[in-house]
Design a protein around this ligand. Structure first.
Ligand code: FAD
Length: 106
């Protein structure tokens, strides 16, 4: 339904924007914060099927966040997992930073 889609678009914008401003060389604390955030985000995400699958994904594919690029790519992979599930085109993760940090219009 429309609200799951609007919620999804806004949420991906938030998540990818967080990766775009994530430090290039994060401290242990910053790495731990982003992992806690995503863990809670996955629990509280207000679409229960989405939340359940996302939590399962995070169990299978542990969050990688030892650098901005690593986290950006991990998140791109998580988003691609949902793209595959919904029959959408996969996104080229080499372009994640161009899309979400240095910018293009969509
Ligand atoms: P979106 O998928 O919302 O993407 C927005 C923009 O992000 C795109 O236009 C593109 O420029 C860019 N983008 C696309 N793929 C990537 C990528 N891999 N990396 C970086 N940028 C990318 N919907 C469901 O129906 N069922 C679900 O189970 C479900 N689970 C979700 C789980 C999570 C954690 C989130 C945040 C959303 C989920 N959604 C789910 C919503 C779904 O992913 C889409 O947001 C929604 O269908 C709207 O899709 P869209 O085509 O507008 O683009």
């Amino acid at each position: 339904p429309a609200d799951v889609e609007a919620l999804g678009r806004s949420s991906w914008t938030l998540l990818h924007s967080i990766s775009a401003t994530y430090p290039v060389a994060p401290t242990t604390q910053e790495q731990s914060d982003v992992k806690s955030f995503l863990g809670l985000f996955g629990k509280l995400y207000p679409c229960w099927v989405c939340a359940e699958d996302f939590q399962e994904y995070m169990e299978r594919e542990k969050i990688k966040a030892s650098s901005r690029d690593e986290f950006g790519r991990w998140l791109c992979g998580a988003h691609n997992e949902v793209n595959r599930k919904l029959g959408k085109k996969e996104f080229d993760c080499n372009l994640w930073e161009e899309r979400w940090r240095t910018g293009w219009k969509d």
